[in-house]
Design a protein around this ligand. Structure first.
Ligand SMILES: Nc1ncnc2c1ncn2[C@@H]1O[C@H](COP(=O)(O)OP(=O)(O)OP(=O)(O)O)[C@@H](O)[C@H]1O
Ligand SMILES: [Mg+2]
Length: 101
């Protein structure tokens, strides 16, 4: 399930967070993937890769030799059954790098 809207402040992060938490609380195994460099969904679950040293999605998709397996960037949240791949600001740079590569 993707939560997307071109308009800012339209409730994307709130919808994604509540959807992920609701599905987890009703017994589904959920992986929330934060694709937004703003990383509010990650911060909401207590992850700030820039500050806490946790990995982010960027580590699994970067082009250089430091790329890690996607399994290495999945982190457990405080919600049972809900895991998250956090985002960070490097994803913004990645968006510009990609068409150039
Ligand atoms: N259903 C709702 N009813 C009332 N307020 C809401 C609702 N959903 C979200 N909000 C509020 O609207 C504001 C923007 O929500 P949110 O941050 O989820 O939007 P966003 O689309 O992710 O924004 P951004 O474009 O900055 O990423 C927040 O203050 C949030 O609490
Ligand atoms: Mg948002």
């Amino acid at each position: 399930i993707a939560v997307v809207n071109f308009k800012g402040g339209s409730g994307k992060t709130t919808t994604a967070a509540h959807l992920a938490q609701h599905l987890a609380l009703t017994g589904h195994r959920v992986l929330a993937i934060d694709l937004d460099p703003q990383a509010s969904l990650s911060a909401l679950h207590g992850f700030q890769p820039e500050l806490d040293g946790n990995p982010s999605l960027y580590d699994a998709i970067r082009y250089d030799e430091k790329r890690r397996s996607i399994a290495d960037v999945i982190l457990p949240t405080n919600f049972p059954l809900l895991d998250i791949i956090p985002a960070n600001l490097e994803l913004q740079e990645y968006e510009f790098d990609t068409p150039l590569s």
